[in-house]
Design a protein around this ligand. Structure first.
Ligand SMILES: *Cc1c(COP(=O)(O)O)cnc(C)c1O
Length: 230
């Protein structure tokens, strides 16, 4: 489904006010929450419209599809976030063209990204994906192995470990869903108490970003609420 400019204006206004309300309900500054507009499967023209409305951060899942859009939008100053599954033969392109990578769950991938990050670019910002609800197909490191992986990634020269990311399945009980987000926040606090300086909790999507904000999200990844169903 494609949406027109008028639709995008009202959807964006709605998402921004939902973010603001959720932040204020938890005595948080709405400006401390970055909206990542997830533009996978959507055309460059729609991203351009969102950029004209002040959206600066975009999330993409598919390397090839995103490369074409980035090329078409080269004249804009956008911050690109890779939020998809990372195939090892795609790490070079990812290291060369993104500012952020959210789904790191293996040291090998992190090492490749660090080696392949161009010397003229700033360090690549990364988040470790944590699997909090066991699922068969989902990626993510389990909480028990998180501290060791975080310590190793922290040492990689061309990466900057910023925080944690999660992608739990949608749950119908808001309290259960909030509990998952709170666990991710707890893991971040634990890593910081052990000496890391992490400032990012990437959690919450169209259906549940208010709950994530309530639990401390600093980045929400919102696709369908902005751009329509995929
Ligand atoms: C697609 C996707 C989103 C956005 O999902 P919506 O439900 O459309 O908001 C967020 N995060 C990740 C990792 C995704 O793959």
């Amino acid at each position: 489904m494609l949406i027109g400019p008028q639709n995008l204006v009202s959807r964006l206004t709605e998402v921004r006010s939902r973010i603001k309300r959720a932040a204020e309900a938890h005595r948080r500054d709405p400006a401390a929450i970055t909206l990542i507009a997830v533009s996978k499967t959507k055309p460059a023209a729609l991203i351009r419209q969102a950029a004209a409305l002040g959206v600066t951060d975009f999330g993409e899942n598919y390397v090839q599809e995103a490369a074409e859009k980035m090329d078409a939008l080269r004249d804009l100053q956008l911050t690109w976030h890779f939020i998809g599954a990372i195939q090892s033969n795609k790490t070079r392109v990812i290291a060369e063209s993104y500012s952020w990578v959210h789904g790191i769950d293996r040291l090998k991938t992190a090492q490749r990204l660090s080696e392949q990050r161009p010397f003229h670019s700033p360090p690549l910002n990364v988040c470790i994906q944590v699997e909090l609800v066991p699922e068969q197909t989902k990626a993510g490191v389990c909480p028990e192995t998180l501290p060791e992986l975080a310590a190793q990634i922290h040492l990689l020269p061309r990466l900057r470990l910023r925080g944690l990311m999660c992608l739990p399945p949608a749950m119908h009980d808001a309290r259960v869903q909030s509990g998952v987000f709170e666990r991710l926040a707890g893991l971040l606090a634990q890593l910081n108490s052990q000496g890391l300086k992490l400032d990012t909790l990437s959690m919450g999507m169209s259906e549940d970003f208010e709950l994530a904000i309530g639990a401390g999200a600093t980045m929400v990844r919102v696709g369908s609420a902005l751009f329509g169903a995929r």
